[in-house]
Design a protein around this ligand. Structure first.
Ligand SMILES: Nc1ncnc2c1ncn2[C@@H]1O[C@H](COP(=O)(O)OP(=O)(O)OP(=O)(O)O)[C@@H](O)[C@H]1O
Ligand SMILES: [Mg+2]
Length: 207
């Protein structure tokens, strides 16, 4: 696999563009974005509604591919990867906190938090233990048996934070963490601290 010239960078985007075509019209959601982010850095993407933040986050999270440009994650050229390789790298390296939390309605809270660990092949006892520890960090251990629709919006958001923390990823991506109330919530300090520590304390440090 291609290595870029600086393998110490966690993320390197070079001239990334994402163009959607809607009824013959071009929508340039991202237009020539270049940015490099080191391990342990804490970076916010800010901009007005519709300016392309979620689109860029989906590309950084290897959920979507750019129309143009190159993306290196941990020094590896992500644009060269197969879907299977992308899924593996997402699972290993990235914790997601989506704009719409993306909790699975049919799974209870702890099962939602355990899901990335399940995909990563962590055994059931350890999975439960790590998921419960993550729920404790966001102040929701007593709700572990509840289902997402039995929680408030803020509580659901905290579950999605716990899910991202449980996998101990190299990279945590959060869409709209400045949402009103987010900063005051239990787990938020833990989240930004974990994000600021970057890969240093994480077992899935990469590469
Ligand atoms: N699947 C799609 N098909 C066509 N256009 C899209 C698609 N997804 C996003 N867009 C367009 O791309 C632009 C950027 O959207 P994006 O969701 O990245 O914005 P955002 O900065 O996250 O906005 P917000 O702050 O409202 O969440 C918008 O003009 C949007 O309409
Ligand atoms: Mg958005």
């Amino acid at each position: 696999m291609d290595k870029n010239e600086n393998g110490n960078k966690l993320i390197e985007l070079k001239h990334i563009s994402k163009i959607y075509y809607l009824g013959g019209e071009e929508v340039r959601a991202n237009d020539d974005v270049s940015v490099a982010i080191d391990k342990g850095e804490f970076v916010a993407i800010v901009g007005k509604s519709g300016s392309g933040k979620s689109t860029l986050m989906n590309i950084i999270g290897a959920l979507d591919v750019p129309t143009d440009g190159a993306y290196y994650l941990g020094g590896e050229d992500v644009s060269d990867m197969s879907d299977t390789q992308l899924a593996r790298i997402r699972n290993k390296m990235i914790g997601f906190i989506f704009q719409q939390y993306n909790l699975l309605p049919k799974l209870n809270i702890i099962e939602n938090v355990e899901l990335p660990l399940l995909y990563a092949g962590v055994g059931s006892a350890e999975r439960r233990e790590r998921a419960m520890a993550a729920l404790r960090k966001v102040g929701l251990e007593e709700k572990w048996k509840s289902f997402p629709n039995q929680l408030s919006g803020g509580q659901q958001q905290r579950v999605s934070i716990a899910r991202a923390l449980a996998g101990e990823p190299s990279l945590i991506l959060a869409d709209e963490p400045q949402r009103p109330g987010f900063q005051d919530q239990p787990g938020c300090a833990e989240f930004s601290e974990a994000a600021q520590r970057g890969g240093q304390h994480h077992r899935n440090d990469y590469p």
